[in-house]
Design a protein around this ligand. Structure first.
Ligand SMILES: C[S@@+](CC[C@H](N)C(=O)[O-])C[C@H]1O[C@@H](n2cnc3c(N)ncnc32)[C@H](O)[C@@H]1O
Length: 297
């Protein structure tokens, strides 16, 4: 299998972060290392690369090995990262932080990770090392909880109908694979749109399994405190639940100057070349007051 992930909105991210020689950057979601590579290539920067997925971190560090000690990887949920624990008390803030949210192609394309309805795999969907899998939710969460997950996180119109049917069926036969679940959802609601009928159910489960919105909220609150004055926080989101959080977190923060009144989206050419970029939105903002770590003149 060819392992690849095309970085989304790359030119726009580089424009936003404007990497400078000697600058310290945080790639909070290194994934396959595409954005980090660009940050390291355009100037003599140092990049701290986080990922909660051990395999993604290992592969990205292998991909970026040529940059030696200019890259440092940490396997951690970005919501739990503490820069001073890694960099010591001399840490003075990042010149730029990037979070490219969601799953990577690397995760989606591996059937055994259970993120995709396209191929049969175990109902897992964990990005990190959490304990709860999608199978746990599908087979043990209450009908009300499942309906909430599909409605709130998947924005699925038929959430209650799907939840009721799953609960009835699992009493006879528990769901173990991605295709069992996807086929079941398709039978319950039929093919009504261009997307596969189980797409929203899968999105809802993935967000719940990884507590993606909770982690994003915690990260957004902390990350602005990690920026040096003038440093930029850039976030690429892939659905409205994330984008809304980024928008409001930027608006509420008096320490930030918003540099994208409207989010940037991929050009038609990028969308054609990389269909997974279609729903991407980039927002960024600059820290305009000093943070407690900042020792710059
Ligand atoms: C879209 S991919 C990033 C791709 C990367 N920018 C590139 O160009 O190769 C998102 C990555 O973020 C990781 N991730 C998602 N949520 C995370 C979190 N809360 N903490 C740390 N890593 C996270 C995923 O495991 C995945 O590898």
């Amino acid at each position: 299998m060819v392992l690849a992930h095309t970085p989304v909105l790359l030119a726009e991210c580089l424009k936003a972060l404007a990497p400078q020689a000697g600058g310290l950057y945080l790639d909070a979601t290194v994934g396959f290392g595409g954005h980090s590579r660009a940050l390291l290539e355009v100037a003599e920067t140092t990049v701290i690369a986080l990922d909660q997925d051990p395999l993604a971190l290992q592969l990205s560090l292998e991909n970026l090995a040529q940059f030696g000690s200019r890259v440092q990887g940490v396997r951690v949920n970005f919501a739990d990262f503490e820069p001073t624990a890694l960099l010591g008390e001399q840490f003075g803030g990042f010149q730029g932080i990037l979070a490219d949210l969601g799953v990577s192609s690397l995760q989606l394309d591996r059937a055994e990770r259970g993120f995709s309805w396209r191929e049969s795999g175990p109902l897992d969907m964990r990005m990190g090392t959490g304990e709860t899998t999608a199978a746990d939710l599908v087979n043990f969460a209450s009908e009300v909880e499942l309906a909430r997950i599909f409605h709130e996180y998947g924005e699925e119109r038929f959430s209650r109908r799907i939840a009721r049917s799953l609960v009835e069926t699992r009493a006879r036969t528990p769901f173990t694979t991605t295709t069992e679940l996807a086929d079941h959802v398709a039978r319950v609601i039929g093919y009504r749109q261009k997307i596969h009928p189980a797409t929203r159910v899968f999105q809802g489960l993935r967000i719940a399994v990884n507590d993606e919105l909770g982690a994003l909220d915690r990260f957004l609150t902390k990350a602005t405190q990690w920026l040096a004055v003038g440093g930029v926080l850039a976030v690429i989101s892939f659905h409205s639940l994330e984008d809304r959080r980024v928008k409001w977190s930027f608006r509420r923060d008096p320490d930030l100057e918003i540099l994208t009144p409207k989010p940037l989206t991929p050009s038609l050419e990028e969308q054609r070349h990389n269909p997974r970029s279609r729903s991407a939105k980039l927002r960024y903002a600059r820290r305009i007051v000093r943070n407690p770590h900042d020792r710059s003149a």
